[in-house]
Design a binder for this molecule. Structure first.
Ligand code: SF4
Length: 116
């Protein structure tokens, strides 16, 4: 199946183009329903997740928090591990989420709950 390329969270130069043929993408139909569509893509690609850009991260996560496809987006991001905010998480948070529960510290045991 061949599909037109689409970008999530929104069209922009830093985003990896995904097509329906992308073996890692699986079903990407959810992308067209993201709450981030139409927002400035730069919001989802902070240069850092702490310090002066912490507010930017919070703003991006707030958009994800009201997104109906947050869980799909997070699953996709956990598999593909792109840079930026996806599914209400930073890349660093997604890396931590991939650590097996038995290896996580007590503080990490619960893990983030980015999608409502
Ligand atoms: S979870 Fe966030 S990044 Fe993913 S589609 Fe929704 S608004 Fe966009």
């Amino acid at each position: 199946m061949s599909g037109a390329p689409s970008a999530v969270p929104a069209p922009g130069s830093q985003l990896r183009l995904v097509t329906a043929d992308d073996a890692r993408a699986g079903s990407v139909g959810w992308m067209t329903r993201g709450a981030c569509r139409g927002t400035d893509p730069e919001l989802f690609f902070p240069i850092a997740v702490t310090g002066a850009t912490a507010g930017q991260v919070s703003s991006a996560k707030a958009v994800c928090g009201r997104c109906e496809v947050c869980a799909d987006c997070l699953s996709y991001a956990l598999e593909t591990m792109p840079h930026g905010i996806w599914g209400g998480t930073t890349r660093e948070e997604r890396i931590a989420m991939r650590v097996p529960p038995a290896v996580r510290s007590a503080a990490q045991a619960e893990g983030p709950r980015p999608c409502a």
